[in-house]
Design a protein around this ligand. Structure first.
Ligand SMILES: [Zn+2]
Length: 67
């Protein structure tokens, strides 16, 4: 199961046609409204909990081996 980045609902990625690719990752949505919100401001949802200020923190970078 994937998690809708907008409302955090679980989404069955094999059944949902609602998806978006952002920075090389695929995100799935429970509804067109959630996808529309993501399309408008993807960074807001993707960057959740990952503060941009202060530069890269070593421990956080280790926890998030993405990109
Ligand atoms: Zn949703």
């Amino acid at each position: 199961m994937a998690v809708d980045p907008v409302c955090h609902a679980e989404v069955d990625e094999s059944r949902s046609p609602l998806r978006a690719v952002y920075h090389g990752r695929t995100y799935y949505f429970c509804s067109a409204a959630c996808k529309a919100a993501f399309d408008r401001n993807a960074a807001r949802y993707v960057e959740e909990g990952a503060p941009e200020q202060g530069g890269v923190n070593g421990s956080r970078a280790g926890l998030l081996p993405r990109h």
